[in-house]
Ligand binder design. Structure first.
Ligand code: NZQ
Ligand code: ZN
Length: 391
């Protein structure tokens, strides 16, 4: 196990009706004037936004509202939010929605206390200062409710990039699984896929002797394999939603990623797909992960075979561990298909002729010089081959 530090001080309020604590929690974390940030309308329709406003009013906390965050959130609305926060002297950003709303809120929070262009943070500058952020989560997926990360797409060029910093880790997150019951099945499944991807990105490591995090990841994957189909079959299954929601947080606040190198090649390869085609991030990952894994599994056959046996219950073939590893990848692919996820390129609206553009953005964006690295270092040719495997 490698040396690490771990500090993830988000206060969680989990369970039914917890959104009624919003006002009290904003006060506890010293917010006196709030920006409520939300998406395309699901929280208006469900009545959640009204309940959150009421909770702030009960604590006499003034607020402003800014809705309209799109999935794969854009820089334009972030600039608007920063302007509003500066003009009105807002000192707390409250995200009501999914990963996109939370990420947009984090960008606004960082940009409001920064003199330059907030995009600097998405070009690699660490975020050291930000307004405090609180979240009320409506979809189990991105894990942004517990992470110090934010992903934004810049409209000019449609560059989708991430920024990080302890300052944007939410001060509190309210997780009421019942709020996720209104999700369309496709979004529920995309969320499940993203959570499973966050677990795989950490499982694929070159670090040795990391049994404790291996076992935690395996347990979380087993939970997703058990609860995923239950929630797809019955969207109102509160207990399944609750297990998935907490798994989504644990999968990405990095408690299962400490002390080990991580992969993130699937995420990097996917981000170009959701940037170019505006597909759901989780759906993009369903297509990406099996292709990446089939391309790289020979780098460490036994790691993939371990995943296949411990998580997918496949019998280890000691004479042919490669076959066991491949059976595990096929089991993942079949599982994702069974919950309604796409598994081929064209199902995302992706086109073969765009592959050179995707590869160029992937291998030369973010100051990269022709490759991406993780579990395995992948050059332009490798990335081209992987996108072709998705066809
Ligand atoms: O906009 P509204 O109307 O709210 O609708 C949303 C949106 O259309 C809808 N939705 C959310 N909760 C709902 C609901 N509909 C009905 N009932 C509810 N309870 O679902 C759609 C998707 O929402 P979105 O916030 O985009 O989903 P998700 O949480 O998957 O976030 C995806 C974004 O997070 C980024 C992704 O790249 C993508 O941009 N990620 C952020 C990470 C982070 N900050 O740590 C890590 C992740 O790997 C990921 O990259
Ligand atoms: Zn993700």
């Amino acid at each position: 196990m490698e040396n690490f530090t771990f500090y993830a001080p988000t206060y969680f309020a989990f369970g039914k009706d917890t959104e009624s604590q919003a006002g009290k929690l904003v006060k506890r974390f010293l917010g006196t004037k709030v920006l409520i940030h939300y998406g395309g309308g699901s929280v208006v329709k469900s009545g959640l936004l009204d309940r959150v406003k009421k909770s702030l009013e009960q604590e006499n906390i003034p607020y402003f509202e800014l809705g309209g965050v799109k999935p794969n959130p854009r820089s334009g609305l972030v600039y608007e939010g920063i302007k509003l926060c500066k003009k009105e002297g807002i000192d707390f950003v409250l995200a009501v929605g999914g990963g996109s709303v939370i990420d947009s809120s984090k960008a606004i929070a960082a940009g409001t206390v920064y003199d330059g262009d907030f995009w600097d943070f998405y070009m690699g500058k660490p975020i050291e200062k930000a307004l405090p952020v609180g979240t009320i989560l409506t979809i189990a997926a991105a894990g942004s409710e517990g992470s110090g990360d934010s992903v934004i797409t810049k409209e000019e060029g449609m560059f989708k990039r991430g920024a990080s910093g302890e300052a944007i880790r939410p001060k509190f997150s309210i997780l009421n699984p019942a709020l996720t019951q209104t999700l369309p099945p496709y979004q529920t499944a995309a969320g499940i896929t993203d959570i499973m991807a966050h677990l795989h990105e950490r499982y694929l490591t070159n670090s040795k002797d990391v049994e404790v995090t291996d076992r935690l990841i395996e347990g979380l994957l087993l939970t997703m394999i058990h609860e995923g189909p239950r929630v797809i079959a019955d969207p109102n299954n509160y207990e399944a939603r609750a297990n998935i929601m907490w798994a989504g947080m644990v999968a990405h606040n990095n408690i299962v990623g400490v002390g080990r190198s991580q992969d993130w090649n699937s995420h990097n390869i996917e981000h170009e797909l959701s940037a170019l085609y505006d597909c759901a991030h989780g759906a993009g990952l369903a297509v990406t992960m099996p292709a990446v894994f089939k391309y790289v599994y020979k780098h460490d056959v036994m790691r993939f075979a371990k995943l296949a046996t411990r998580v997918w219950g496949i019998q280890m073939d000691f004479d042919n561990p490669e076959a066991t590893a491949l059976q595990g990848i096929t089991a993942l692919e079949n599982f994702l298909k069974s919950i309604g996820m796409p598994i081929r390129f064209n199902e995302l609206g992706a086109k073969e002729e765009d592959i050179p553009t995707l590869v160029k953005m992937l291998c030369y964006g973010d100051g990269r010089t022709g490759s991406i690295s993780g579990f395995v270092k992948l050059n332009e040719e490798d990335c081209t081959n992987i996108y072709k495997m998705m066809l």
